[in-house]
Design a protein around this ligand. Sequence first.
Ligand code: PEP
Ligand code: MG
Length: 892
Amino acid sequence: MTQWVYSFGGRSAEGEAGMKNLLGGKGANLAEMSSLGLPVPPGFTITTEVCNYYYDNAESYPADLREQAAAAVSRIGEITGKGFGDTENPLLVSVRSGARASMPGMMDTVLNLGLNDETVEALAKNSGDRRFAYDSYRRFIQMYSDVVLGVEHHNFEEILELYKEERSLTLDTDLGADDWEHIVAAFKVRVEEELGSSFPLDVNEQLWGAIGAVFGSWMNQRAITYRRLHEIPATWGTAVNVQAMVFGNMGEDSATGVAFTRNPSTGEKALYGEFLINAQGEDVVAGIRTPQDLTEAAREAAGSDKASLERAMPETFSEFVGICDQLENHYRDMQDLEFTVEQGKLWMLQTRSGKRTTKAALKIAVDMAAEGLITQDEAVLRIDAGALDQLLHPMIDPDAPRTIIANGLPASPGAAQGEIVFNSDDAERLKAEGRAVILVRVETSPEDIHGMHAAEGILTTRGGMTSHAAVVARGMGKPCVSGAGMLRINYAKGEMLAAGRIFKEGDIITVDGSTGQVLEGRVNMLQPELSGDFGQIMEWADSRRVLGVRANAETPLDARAAREFGAEGIGLSRTEHMFFDGDRITSVRQMILADDEAGRRKALDKLLPMQREDFIELFEIMAGLPVTIRLLDPPLHEFLPHDAEEIAEVAEGLGADVDKVTARVELLKELNPMLGHRGCRLGISYPEIYEMQAQAIFEAAAEAAKKTGQPVTPEVMIPLIATKAEFDLLKERIDAVADKVRADKGVEIEYQTGTMIELPRACLRAGEIAESAEFFSFGTNDLTQTAFGISRDDAASFLGTYVEKGLLEADPFISIDTGGVGELVSIGCERGRAVRPDIKLGICGEHGGDPASVRFCHEVGLTYVSCSPYRVPIARLAAAQAAIAGDAGSTD
Ligand code: PEP
Ligand code: MG
């Protein structure tokens, strides 16, 4: 018989922390905490397998599920001394989702389940608080009707507001037991009007309704979007946790709160969090009341006059601190906790690894390694390499003049600027047009996920550091300022009042998520300091990685940034990018459009000194490090003159007739430039172009070596080779140029000639190509294009749909398709090495900075990866993680 239900509570459990796949994160950790002897309200978890069964079998359950659940409900009753539906001492439960990966707020929850007209009276009697009992009942009807029965929230809001208005009451706290009883009756009438049937009073019907709703919410739009953004497969399913209710709203000796064992923004080792006295858990997250600090130190730092938990409930606080230490040591990671105090008794409702900013992740990993809690390797593995990006974001220049228009909470670090938008659909639409936007909302909800994703930064006027906006933005690595209460937003007018001025949709603002400031207009940004914990993790990573890391760079600015980020050379210098500057483009156009060799040579003579200067600068900056220079590979259309003015300019330079030049432009236009006259094909048609470039490279190498005193060994790289014959023909020309420069300058010139491997044929024939080529660099952008037969330029319009529909796991232009393109790379490596065992093998497509692709590169044994300068740290870390994971795998 399959076990569908796992019980926990009463200091024991059937599950444990390692069973996340089956019990979801929440269920597995509740079980673990119970076994550790911590105060966990008893309950049970219905497994994720039931969720899959539910969707595979027309939303029905396995035959023996009800029986197993009924036994588990009885067990809760035994531990609590209460009975489900009992009219003397009723057991109330919460029903919550709990997937393998945390999906905060995406799925449904029902609280206070088990209340009906009879049990509410028993609750009133036993708690000695009728008001509390009826308030709980109306909360239950409201939540259950909304989540399970589909009667929308506003129905109940209306009734409540009208009731208060008629009696001149303002706050919910002004309402007494009789008021709530009256409202409960009105709520039930409204449900019946809406549904044509009455609110279910049978507790088992309530329970199965709620379980069905939680499973159903796995497929709601919010959850689907969240899974897509976080690459969570639908097949994981959610578990359902049914747990005895504990109440944080039973008076002044009750409370509820959330806590992190270390600061999730900075990583500082200090308990961090918020709580509310006399409130239910959802109230803290919703930010309805301003929460209080947990510790005295935090209260003082915030200058708050509201008592801390440490002061208000000293005994509970010290018990809680002990539990925090115990859990952090047990899990060996920073924990994110939820707790409730019911009439002085502490209950733990959740523990999980806390989400944190990258800055905090680095500090926590370095500190925990120093504390001996984890090893250096574990510290390196703890950092999400892709998320390092967050740290590499620009910050506001402290010396820049700034006009502050509002202050809020520093909810997620980094700074961002863009146009104001007031709703998530607009944010997504403008982002698609390539515009940078700041999403400005009173508060965000799970419905705003797509807008938050599209925005550069987020600004809210309401909500604390654990509000939805703050938690989600930190997870996404987006700068966020929350709770900027002095701002007034008018959605209808599309404007915001700040510092006495009106800001409209489209106006530019800057948000500084590190300080909580909101600034007018654009402000000068600076790159962050890359030392401290970042430097330490990078040092540990560098000591473990096997792969080399180079950068793709052609400008001096990029080359300098690359060195700062730790690049060990240049793996790709795209020379065509050097041809767009200033008057160069005109010479380049003259060269392309000249109709004979003499015309081309004339234009090339003008380009030669400029190219030589470019290379001298690159060699100087990269002194002592390898530099791979790729000969011209222009998709021709990028260089052709676009309009009459540009054509006239070229014609004048060439001393040619405008009509003749216009005709030649027409002739050179291609139907499919990506697969056309580019790469080595151009070098074969017009050898003098590559000769000029080779001459510039060799002369620059001689010059730079003289200047820096360091030998320069340039790597000359030929693009888009399909056959050995193409390569041989061009290599012969390059060698001849080298001989000539040697003779002319009287210097020794060391260089290597290699090729991009970026066509499937080149992978297959890599053996014979390696007979001539001294190195390979896999150009996985073109290799992906040609392996899939998907144009790089046109992919965007349909690839997204492929990923959404699950036809592809990820966009293959972002993360390498290991099964297909990867197989071609493996073949290329194998066949190349078979002929030239010490051949240098690199990769320089966009994949070089993608952590999953870097892992693949490590596994096939490449020599190095090359990526854009800003992704160099990501590649260094990902390479170390691949090496550590590989070692662990080989000793298993
Ligand atoms: C490639 O094709 O992967 C590559 C690096 O070259 P480019 O992107 O310039 O075509
Ligand atoms: Mg290419």
